[in-house]
Design a protein around this ligand. Sequence first.
Ligand code: PMV
Length: 363
Amino acid sequence: SDESFIAYAAAAPNLALIKYWGKRDSRLVLPLNNSISVTLDDQLMRTVTIATASPEFAEDSVELNGKPAEVTDRMRAVLQSLRQRCQRGQDLASWKVRVATRNSFPTAAGLASSSSGFADTLRWLSTVARLGSGSACRSLFAGFAEWSAGQRPDGVDSTASQLASAGHWDLRVLVCVVGAGAKSAPSTQAMARTVATSSLLPARLSCLPDRLAAVREAVAGRDFASLAEMSMRDSNCLHAVCADTYPPVHYLTDASRAIIDFVHRLNEASGRVVLGYTADAGPNVCLLAQPADVHLAAGCLQRAFDIGPVVGDLGEAADNSKVPSGWAGDGSEGATARHRIESLLICRLGRGALDIPQAEAAA
Ligand code: PMV
């Protein structure tokens, strides 16, 4: 109707380099530690959300990829928080909302689709986005973002902010999609179980301040070797803490671990850090690379894995694009099975959450 209010937005997932794992307050979604992420480009992986508020709607509703979805408690908390902050007068604050979200990448498989889905509905307030999915608040920002744990019980100091723009450092992320099935344990339940049972979690938390400082410094100084090493260490640490959870939480598969081992072998054979890796709450492994190494990395992956479509900008073959001599990533390991990578998505860093024109939302 004429009275309804419609907003169109797009967002892309973010990839945590220093992971958020564990809440100090579950209801307010306040994390135990700061986290740092890169927001991916929305060219390849994009969530488009159309939110319509109307006095004619009898109740709030959510549609995901064209199918009605449950209005979860999280979603209710987000809508309630938005209504409380409504600037457009009493009317809109009482109207029900229809949220229709479409993803251009597999949902619930550890590609952080919850982060982009919630972020684009709520781009202007990281404290609201946080209520939908903690990590969502980082997807609001272009380039590099940090979400502060904060200290206050009411959480007003737990906000996200930009660490550096996408233009500051032209990094590439190679998303190795190894399984598009649903992730084995939803992150909210899994991290609650970690907090309740893992004796390694306190050790993780105590080493994070130094690791966070190293990442901030690596970003500021565009130090790839350091950023890659910190990301790899933190990813390994997260999955170790998951394994120490009782009962354990497993996100990585044999294929994920084969990719991780591949990165270490390639770096060693190259005598430098060509790639870093990191994996969130799912089996997909994301590789960090400098633009001049993308071609080399994709070529080496193709030798070592049974690999599906490669999507995105491979870049030009650079001087250093030769496969290192003595490289054992070509399947010469003999008995080891060649693992499958369903597809390889090559992304740049992204622009954060955006208002988009209606025509683009419909496309
Ligand atoms: O925001 P959630 O509840 O989807 O949890 C995200 C958890 C990790 O992806 C593993 C880490 C992170 O910081 O994104």
